[in-house]
Design a protein around this ligand. Sequence first.
Ligand SMILES: Cc1cc2nc3c(=O)[nH]c(=O)nc-3n(C[C@H](O)[C@H](O)[C@H](O)COP(=O)(O)OP(=O)(O)OC[C@H]3O[C@@H](n4cnc5c(N)ncnc54)[C@H](O)[C@@H]3O)c2cc1C
Length: 460
Amino acid sequence: MAEHDVDLFVIGGGSGGVRAARIAAEHGASVMLAEEYRLGGTCVIRGCVPKKLLVYASRFHGEFEDAAGFGWTVPHASFDWTTLIANKDREIARLEAAYGATLAKAGVKVVKTRAALLDAHTIRLADGARVRARYVLIATGGTPSYGDPIFGIEYVITSNEAFHLPDFPRRVVIQGGGYIAVEFAGIFAGLGSHVTLVYRRENILRGFDDDVRHHLRVEMEARGIRVFTGCKVVAVEDAAGHFVVRLTSGSQIPADRVMFATGRVPNIAKIGLKEAGVEIAKNGGIAVDDYSRTTVANIYAVGDVTNRINLTPVAIREGHAFADTVFGGKPTAVDHTNVPTAVFSEPEIGTVGLTEGQARERLAQTDIYKAMFKPLKATLSGRQTTVLIKLVVDGLSDRVVGCHVVGEGAAEIAQIAAIAVKMGAKKADFDATIALHPTAAEELVTMRKRFASFARVAAE
Ligand SMILES: Cc1cc2nc3c(=O)[nH]c(=O)nc-3n(C[C@H](O)[C@H](O)[C@H](O)COP(=O)(O)OP(=O)(O)OC[C@H]3O[C@@H](n4cnc5c(N)ncnc54)[C@H](O)[C@@H]3O)c2cc1C
C-alpha cells in the first residue's frame, strides 16, 4: 500500500487554494482539495466580485443625477434590491461552477467538506475519513471579526450577511474605517440608504496616504454619508421594527441595519495546527517563510490565513508560487512590494507604493507632486467633486515610489501606474511621456511643479 493517498491535500477552495491545486495538478501531482462552503472562496462568493457588482449598482444613482446637465431628462428611477441580489447570486453561481469545472479539468479531486489536520501528513474529513498526503497546503482564508463584545451584538451583521439581506435597509449604521466599511457605506448610500459610518480612530482608512484619507472623507460627506470618528458603538437595542445604536459619544442613531466591518482574522481555529506542529506568527496568521513554507517542512500556507497582504491577486500569486516551488522544480518567492490596491468607494481610490508618511520615514529626501482639480464631467453635471492625484518621489534617485489617485477610474489608473512604479520609473520618465487628453490620468505626466520636499528627520 502506498504511504500517501495523494501528493497534495489543499484545505480551502478560495483564491489561493484553487490556483495552487490547479497548477500542482498541471505539474503532475495527484491533488485533493477540501472546501467546506462554496468553491471560489471569499473573493467570488462574498468578497471582491459580489461587492463590485453592488458598487456598479450603486453608481447609477449619481449617473442619473449627473445626466441632467448633459440634456437628459431621466424619469423618476426606482431601485429593486431583490432583483439586484437575485441577478448577483446567479452570476456568483455561474462563477462557482466555472471554478469546479477548471479543477475537474486539471484532474483535482474536490471534496465538499470541512478538513482538519490530525498530524503533519494526515487529514481528517468531516465524515471521519482520513487522507494521507505527502504535502499539505493550508488556504483557509479569513473571517470577519466583531471586535469587542457589546450589548446587542446578536443584531449586528458583517459583510457576509450584507450580500444576502432579505430587505433593503433605509437607514444603515456601519462601524469600521477600513476599505470594506467605506465601500459598503458608498454602496448603501448610492442605493438610497441614509448611512452613518462610525470609526473609533481619528480618520478613516488607516494605512492609506493622509491626503487620500482626508479627500475621501470630504467626498463621502458631500454625498450625504455621516462620518463619526473618535467614537464607537457601545450598544445596539431592539426598538420594535428597528434598532437604536448607542455611541460612546452619547449619540443615539436609529437604524434598520447595523453592520460591523471591524477587521478580519485568519481562519486558524480547529484545523489541527497544534496537532501538526504548525506555528502562528506575531501577526496572528500562520508563520511562513518567503516560499510560504510553515514551521513544518511538508506543510505550506498561502493567502489570508497567513495575514501578509490580504488581497485576492496576492493569494493567487502565493498559491501559484507554492505549486511551482514544490511540484514544478522552480523555487519561487513572492515579491510583496509595490502591490497595487483599490478602494471601491465613491469616488474610487487607486494606490501603489509608499504613502507620503512612509517615504518621509524611509528616504533621505521625499518630493511630493500633487494635483487637485474638478473633473471635466463635473463642469456640466454640476457635481461638487474633485480628483486627487499625488506622486511620491525619491528626491535623490528621482524614482516614483508612490502613486495615489482618488476619483473616477482610480483603480484602473493605479493598475497601469503600478507597472511603472514596479519597473522603477523615474519622475523624468513620467514627464517624458506625452499626455493622453482629455483624461484625469494625464495629470500623472503633466505635474511639473513640486508641491513640497522633505528631508528625513534624523533619528535621535
Ligand atoms: C467584503 C470583501 C471585499 C473584498 N474585496 C476585495 C477586492 O476588491 N480586491 C481584493 O483583491 N481582495 C478583496 N477582498 C479580499 C479577498 O477576498 C481575499 O484576500 C481572498 O479571498 C483571500 O483568498 P484565500 O484563498 O486566502 O482565502 P478565501 O478566499 O477566504 O478562501 C478560503 C476558503 O477556505 C474554506 N475553508 C476554511 N476552513 C476550511 C476547512 N477547515 N475545511 C475546508 N474548507 C475550509 C472557506 O470556506 C473558503 O472558501 C475582499 C474581502 C471581503 C471580505
